[in-house]
Design a protein around this ligand. Sequence first.
Ligand SMILES: C[S@@+](CC[C@H](N)C(=O)[O-])C[C@H]1O[C@@H](n2cnc3c(N)ncnc32)[C@H](O)[C@@H]1O
Length: 372
Amino acid sequence: MAIKDLHEHPFDEGTITKLEIFESYAKEWLPTFVMSCPNKELWIFDFFSGPGRDVIGVAGSPIRLLQQVKEQSGNIFNQKCKIHLCLNEYEKSKYDAMHSCCEDFIKDEKELTRLNNHYLFLHYCNCDFAELFPKTISIIAAHPSLVFFDQNGMKFLADKYLLDLEKLSQTDFLYFLSSSYFVRFGKTRAFQTNLSIDISKIRENPYKYVHKSILEQLKCRLPEYSDLKLYPFTIKKGANIYGIIFGAKHPRAVDKFLKTAWDKNNINGEANFDIDDDLGKVQLSLFDGKLPNKIERFQNELQEKLIQGVLQTNKDVYDFTLECGHVSAHASDKIKQMKKEGLINYSERSPLVNYEQVYKKNRIITFQIIKK
Ligand SMILES: C[S@@+](CC[C@H](N)C(=O)[O-])C[C@H]1O[C@@H](n2cnc3c(N)ncnc32)[C@H](O)[C@@H]1O
């Protein structure tokens, strides 16, 4: 199966979307840990780094990571954090290009030059991921870590990797997946030995949902009581469907990923296109009455669960919001509206449905149902 080498051409729109999501997440992750872990080591792994830039000089993942380290240089100095950046690329020519591209970038950016070898440590590797990963897993496990798996295809999402990641408690990861290759090649032995996915189940849904369907099957492979949460972001490029899978155990990490995803697409927060035809639903409302869009469907379900008493506190609501792949604002807006309509009441000025109030300050309030 031939997979196009994305470094032979300028990055296309889908690749840029992927890289922007990776970078936006790193932008959220770095200050969170730098500020909360003074004097500690933080590790970032980019296991499939590529050459550093595309053929017209647009930054790839390693340069974007360095850019984010640069943005945080003041905080890194103040907090005395040690940032370790492990950049791996298997193909020798790309590895060489990546190495000199990163070194040039560090030389040109005075904040990075000052950090380098004191608070910033670059670990360049020219290895096959399959060999490198088992050697790094103990480091990933021992420190707060952010891991990018920007692979070609999908084979490094096999159980042996995913289930290792499942065991870690302070690791956030982003996988890239060529999801539509499953539909085309998933029955071949090469695919099935790497990752056994039930193609017939995937085919039960429209093609555009292939990435989400794969994710649903991956979730079933996790141990029954796993705290690991997985979220999809589907990327359509021409006729092909790709996607990101985000994984983390901590609600703060999930919260930050969902904000990144909804910032990318405020219609559905899970694709670079209108995957559920929500825009069509607005059109339809002019003629046939209103069909609820994704946010409204979530808000309707939230209202029902509050009225039925299934969700009672701001923590219940916040956890449910993340579970459904939404951001706090979608829940808060609905609860405020319910208060205005006299359906619900609460003791504080706002519903306190956010990470800060629920998990950091532990401020838990119970919603009183006034009208059923
Ligand atoms: C999708 S590209 C990554 C793009 C990169 N993140 C960027 O921003 O340019 C996948 C990269 O992984 C490399 N690669 C392929 N197989 C690999 C393996 N087994 N181990 C490590 N790198 C590999 C490829 O040469 C390619 O550069």
